[in-house]
Design a protein around this ligand. Structure first.
Ligand code: UD1
Ligand code: UDP
Length: 385
């Protein structure tokens, strides 16, 4: 094993949301004095991460290339751990930074922990009441909290969740969520929407609704219900176009394509490049989603969000009044969407821009937290729980 490089921060990630949220931090690390950055892709989402790298001008230093279609969670975890270990030994980072709650994040964190490398957890402290909702993310993030040494919480509520689990206050920094840094950059970057279908719709005068759905715990009855709700809503709201960038996962497509493909005012499109998605989100009237990241972005843009889930680890948007849980009950989804589309008072009640997830400075606050923590002699022994 090489000796530890006390300035080297290794950022490891594999999926679309991690890439978006790590991008501002990678830029900040690369622009910082005294810290260096090594980007390692697990390869969990090769198709959806590459456009994000292109958009943000990032190139990975290492790629673990773990992807295969339909692989199990255990395969993702196993390949990530075995392939990351020699990379850790080769580079000798002072810390490994992982983001959120994916299997890439947990497996990379565990591989680092086994090698005695301190783990820095970005977006730490999100919680629901059930370890199976969302699945497997709630389990992944709870486990990560107890092997991480430094916890970067997006909100004070996330910090409090960690304190309740016995994490030492001195190891937690509240930074905001770097997704807001990324969103500010994307919305401010000039240039047309690249996807031709979405570009036409964005420049039309039609009312637009953004829809996304992918969560594993919704596979089965919940997704069938959501698909029927969207069909009913679209057939009822002929003046509105529902833009639904489908997740790359074929399992998800099998629920939605057969039910929605023949509905004229539903645009089923491929996953959008992040800058396109941000511009679309800024233009739509409302958002229907089960996405974690979109629940954070929409409030910052003042867009009402109907959350297609039973519970959320992001209660801040609900408390702020811009997000509402509607689960998968078709009647409730159709009723609430109809009210928001037709009742200006109801729409205004939810549509106000708030930033419960940060003000766009999370990357700089992350660098400051890393410096403080490194100066205090960061080691895995700092773990207190
Ligand atoms: C993963 C994360 C989830 C996160 C989501 C973001 C885990 C367990 N789940 O879920 O927390 O919310 O990403 O999108 O880590 N596929 C491709 N190309 C890609 C990406 C995926 O073809 O670039 C297809 C493959 O067939 C793959 C399937 O989608 O097997 C599922 O991908 P996977 O990463 O296993 O799970 P997600 O549901 O995407
Ligand atoms: N996103 C994107 N293109 C799309 C759909 C989503 O760039 O077609 C972005 C979205 O803006 C958010 C992130 O992807 O920043 C969320 O990813 P996803 O919903 O896949 O995962 P989650 O956040 O639920 O883990």
């Amino acid at each position: 094993m090489t000796s530890t490089d006390s300035s080297l921060m290794m950022v490891v990630y594999g999926t679309r949301p991690e890439a978006i949220k790590c991008a501002p931090i990678i830029h900040a690390l690369r622009g910082s004095v005294g810290l260096r950055c090594c980007v390692v892709l697990t390869g969990q989402h090769p198709d959806m991460v590459q456009p994000i790298h292109d958009g943000f001008g990032i190139r990975e230093d290492e790629n673990l290339d773990i992807f295969s279609h339909g692989q199990s969670l255990a395969q993702i975890a196993g390949k990530t751990m075995t392939r990351l270990t020699p990379v850790l030994r080769q580079h000798g980072p002072a810390a490994v930074l992982v983001q959120g709650d994916t299997t890439s994040a947990l497996a990379a964190g565990l591989a680092a922990f086994y090698e005695g490398v301190p783990v820095v957890h970005i977006e730490a402290g999100l919680r629901t009441e059930s370890i199976t909702s969302p699945f497997p993310e709630e389990g992944n993030r709870r486990l990560l909290s107890h092997i991480a040494t430094l916890h970067l919480a997006a909100t004070a509520g996330n910090r409090d969740n960690l304190l309740r689990e016995g994490i030492a206050q001195s190891n937690i920094f509240v930074t905001g969520n770097p997704v807001i840094d990324a969103l500010h950059l994307a919305v401010a970057t000039p240039g047309p929407v690249k996807d031709p279908v979405v570009a036409d719709l964005v420049s039309s005068d039609r009312t637009l609704v953004l829809v996304t759905s992918h969560r594993r715990e919704s596979w089965g009855e919940p997704m069938r219900d959501i698909a029927q709700a969207l069909r009913r809503l679209a057939l009822q709201e002929v003046e509105t176009t529902f833009i639904f960038p489908l997740h790359a996962n074929p399992v998800v497509r099998d629920y939605y394509v057969p039910v929605l493909a023949d509905v004229a005012n539903v645009a089923l499109v491929e996953p959008l490049e992040y800058f396109d998605l941000a511009k679309l989100m800024a233009r739509v009237k409302i958002v229907l989603t089960d996405s974690g990241g979109i629940q954070e972005e929409a409030p910052a843009l003042g867009k009402p969000v109907l959350v297609l889930r039973q519970d959320t680890e992001r209660p801040e948007g609900v408390v702020a009044g811009t997000a509402e849980l509607v689960g998968h009950d078709p009647d409730l989804i159709v009723r609430r969407a109809t009210e928001l589309l037709h009742d200006p008072a109801e729409w205004s009640r939810m549509a106000h821009a708030v930033n419960p997830y940060g003000d766009g400075h999370a990357a700089q606050l992350t660098i400051a937290a890393l410096r403080t923590w490194l100066a205090s002699g960061a080691t895995v022994e700092g773990l207190t729980s």
